[in-house]
Design a binder for this molecule. Structure first.
Ligand SMILES: NC(=O)c1ccc[n+]([C@@H]2O[C@H](COP(=O)([O-])OP(=O)(O)OC[C@H]3O[C@@H](n4cnc5c(N)ncnc54)[C@H](O)[C@@H]3O)[C@@H](O)[C@H]2O)c1
Length: 361
């Protein structure tokens, strides 16, 4: 097994550098303790890159990303760059990285920690114990399909068009990601489509079924669910799900719905994978309103580090231990401001990072 990894760290803007510091410190500590080596490289991205190089993503950062084992991303953007043209806005860097690294699968785990179950808008008994993973197809479907656009009609009205397109290889590769992920979890995949109405997703269902049968995933249970039912089931009984795999648009919507089961954006990690190099980042943005105040919650970034260890570095045991450390710290009542509740022990970003590190010693 490989034990020497190159990680590109792109902290970005706002709270990005603060939360990233806690993520990389924990990773260094884990490397020491579990005897693997991490070689960190750093780069500017987003607003920080615009300030230095007048563009949100430089070729040299892209080259470093391609030459690394994984990329850790903080967050990008902020009011300082909001008036720039859309084509050079900080967030464009994200699209550029996804495209160039061939990241066609977005993974969003949603785990409701018992200690935080009351932060959800749903009742504790509904959400407590929820531990699911949304696998969203990221580079195809209706967001990219042609024809698209708005045209004027002769009678003066307008016509808007978007096209849902999926090909067999696109479906096969995302299904493969879902089945492989399920094997590292509880071995159940729910494939979500609208096969009763949309032909493109009828194909989706057919191909997912074929991959399940033909590629030897008999050890993983597969079920199909219509997207409207899935939206309902996520609220009714989220504990029934292990891995949900779905199209770009359905995944966009369902992953936000699923995220809200936890009630706290500062806790949610994500991964984009598919090519040789995976990219890992917290779901939240750069939170300019709290940047530089040592109040940001670093746990989404720390949990993104765990995801990276599991999916890109094949260090599942270290990932499990980090997730357990986070759970212990929460069980002891420590909270950053975004997840605080009466009687909790309020801590800042650095303190929260240190507490998790202590559990990993
Ligand atoms: N992937 C990304 O880099 C990404 C994602 C979303 C938004 N953005 C950008 O971030 C900027 C701010 O966007 P926004 O305000 O809509 O979303 P945001 O996620 O940055 O903030 C939303 C709210 O959540 C709070 N919050 C977010 N992360 C937190 C954390 N770790 N700890 C505690 N509180 C946290 C913020 O203080 C704010 O009140 C914009 O420029 C936006 O374009 C970037």
């Amino acid at each position: 097994m490989k034990t020497n990894y190159k990680i590109l760290v792109l902290s970005g803007d706002g709270i990005g550098p603060e939360v990233m510091r806690e993520g990389t410190q924990l990773l260094s500590l884990a490397a020491e303790r579990y005897e693997f080596r991490i070689e960190f490289q750093e780069g500017l991205v987003g607003g920080a890159s615009i300030d230095a190089y007048r563009k949100p993503l430089t070729d040299s950062v892209l080259e470093s990303a391609k030459g690394s084992d994984a990329v850790l991303l903080g967050a990008m953007g902020g009011p300082k760059w909001d008036s720039l043209d859309y084509s050079i806005r900080p967030e464009r860097a994200l699209l550029g990285l996804r495209q160039e690294l061939g990241l066609f699968a977005n993974l969003r785990p949603v785990k409701v920690f018992s200690a935080l179950a009351s932060a959800s808008t749903l009742r504790r008994e509904v959400v407590e114990g929820t531990d699911l993973l949304v696998v969203r197809e990221l580079t195809g479907g209706i967001y990219f399909g042609q024809p698209k656009g708005v045209t004027k009609l002769p009678d003066g009205t307008e016509r808007g068009v978007n096209t849902e397109i999926y090909t067999t290889p696109e479906i096969e590769r995302i299904a493969g990601v879902a089945f492989e992920a399920a094997r590292k979890r509880r071995r159940k995949v729910t494939s979500v489509d609208k096969a009763n109405v949309l032909e493109a997703t009828e194909l989706w269902r057919k191909v997912v079924t074929r991959v399940h049968q033909a590629k030897g995933y008999g050890d993983v249970q597969l079920e199909h669910m219509l997207v409207d039912n899935c939206a309902m089931q996520l609220i009714r009984n989220p504990k029934q799900f292990d891995v949900i795999v779905t199209t770009n648009m359905f995944g966009d919507i369902l992953s936000d719905e699923a995220a809200m089961l936890t009630g706290s954006i500062g806790m949610l990690p994500s991964a984009s994978i598919g090519g040789k190099v995976g990219m890992y980042e917290p779901v939240h943005g750069s939170a300019p309103d709290i940047a530089g105040q040592n109040v940001a919650n670093p746990l989404a970034t720390i949990l993104s580090v765990a995801l990276m260890l599991r999916h890109s570095l094949d260090q599942a045991k270290v990932a499990d231990d980090i997730e357990r450390a986070v759970e212990e710290v929460l069980n002891e009542g420590y909270r950053t401001a975004d997840i605080q509740e009466p009687g909790c022990r309020l801590v800042g970003c650095k303190e929260m990072g240190r507490l998790v590190q202590e559990k990993m010693q």
